[in-house]
Design a protein around this ligand. Structure first.
Ligand code: ADP
Ligand code: MG
Length: 390
């Protein structure tokens, strides 16, 4: 069976920037970038649909969405390569309408950034500054500084063809940072790198961003990358921002089935709301074969059909009955993937529904206790699931 990355590593990626002061939670804070009802229509196709977003200084904000969801178009409007069909973009208090890319406090690093092949790394990085007429000694100082930061100082004399893909990517990053833009836009910056290099570079990107205090807006289609990098994530679908939040909020409290399924692995259980009080909800789910209890109300219509999202790692699997009928499903283990630190179980419920469960392997013989064809109970806590009405 296939296994997602979140399952392999045991837990979903945690926000690396969690220790930062969280300006976006401060109602008095002024956003650095303000996107107000921005729409972009190409011919008769709406690529970006009425997007409003506020991004704060020193954030590393990720626009996350599938291919064609409008991420690059939104980024290009921030950079000034496209004009919104309607709506406003305000950067650092200035309305960007009619302001060309080179007059914006913004720099963009492209996915396939073309370095000059005949110039050395340091000449490539210093090119823009020299062209602006900066004194040679100052250019040298700035270039040296930024190359040290991206760990390319020792390769300053090389030409692009003498570098690996990851090294070229760092040169491109240095080149986009050397002018000290207030806002750096990165479109799939790590897309060309292999997995291991991408992970290393993610951490470096965070360090550089913290050191320079530049605001980053990063476009990615890779949910794990977004989880690792971001202070906050804006999830895009069909041109719209469907949810904005810190990585753990998006993971723990998705606001729709789309977001729940896009971020990480999730079990979806259909059901009907039978009790909806302020402090609890009961959902009858024939698919789960049990009543589902939650510890809060959802204020929905009577008998509303809902989906309950239940992450695989929130489920406790055991051969012993947990002692309650509620939040307890019964089934048979069909498949087990042993991942070392954890195991992934595929369980066929007696109702026919397939459920995925992940469990950490606390003790060495954990795996041997549960095996194929075992009848098991799947139980979860009252605060472990999320009800989704859309
Ligand atoms: P993403 O970066 O999320 O993959 P894009 O922003 O590049 O998506 O594109 C969103 C949609 O807009 C796609 O369907 C794409 O084909 C369309 N699109 C992008 N640029 C243009 C353009 N210049 N003319 C027409 N359609 C475009
Ligand atoms: Mg794109």
């Amino acid at each position: 069976m296939t296994t997602t990355e979140a399952e392999k590593t045991g837990t979903p990626a945690q926000p690396q920037n969690a220790a930062k002061p969280v300006v976006w939670r401060d109602p008095a804070a002024k956003p650095f970038v303000k996107i107000e009802g921005v729409t972009k229509v190409f011919d008769d196709f709406t690529a970006v649909d009425n997007v409003s977003l506020e991004i704060y200084k020193t954030e590393l904000f990720c626009l996350l969405g599938g291919s064609g969801s409008g991420k690059s178009t939104l980024l290009r409007m921030l950079a000034g390569f496209e004009e919104p069909t309607s709506g406003r973009i305000i950067i650092d208090g200035v309305d960007m309408a009619g302001i060309p890319p080179w007059e914006r406090p913004v720099n963009m690093m492209f996915q396939s950034y073309a370095l000059f092949p005949h110039l050395t790394v340091e000449k490539n990085v210093g090119f823009g500054l020299r062209r602006e007429g900066m004194a040679d000694s100052e250019v040298k100082k700035r270039v040296k500084e930024i190359l040290e930061m991206v760990q390319m100082g020792h390769l300053a004399k090389r030409k692009p063809h003498q570098l690996s893909g990851g090294q070229r990517q760092r040169v491109a990053l240095a080149r986009s940072l050397v002018k000290r833009p207030k806002l750096l836009l990165l479109d799939e910056p790590l897309g060309a790198l292999d997995k291991k290099l991408r992970e290393e570079t993610q951490f470096e990107l965070i360090n550089i961003q913290e050191e320079l205090g530049v605001t980053f807006v990063v476009v990615t289609h890779d949910q794990e990358e977004a989880m690792t990098l971001s202070t906050r994530i804006g999830v895009m679908n069909q041109g719209e921002i469907v949810q904005v939040g810190e990585p753990h909020e998006i993971y723990e409290y998705p606001n729709s089935r789309f977001v729940a399924q896009f971020i990480g692995s999730v079990n979806m259980l259909e059901g009907t709301v039978v009790v909806d009080e302020t402090d609890h909800v009961i959902i009858d789910s024939p698919e789960a074969g049990c009543m589902i209890h939650l510890d809060h109300g959802i204020s929905c219509a009577p008998n509303q059909e809902v989906h309950v999202a239940l992450r695989p790692e929130k489920i406790i699997i055991s051969k012993e009955h947990p002692g309650t009928q509620d939040n307890c499903m019964q089934g048979t283990i069909e498949d087990i993937a042993y991942m070392g630190n954890m195991s992934v179980y595929r369980v066929r419920l007696n109702t026919g529904k397939e459920i995925r469960v992940t469990q950490p392997n606390f003790v060495r013989d954990m795996g041997s206790r549960l095996t194929w064809n075992d009848n098991v109970y799947l139980h979860w806590q009252i605060d472990s699931s999320v009800v989704l009405t859309v």
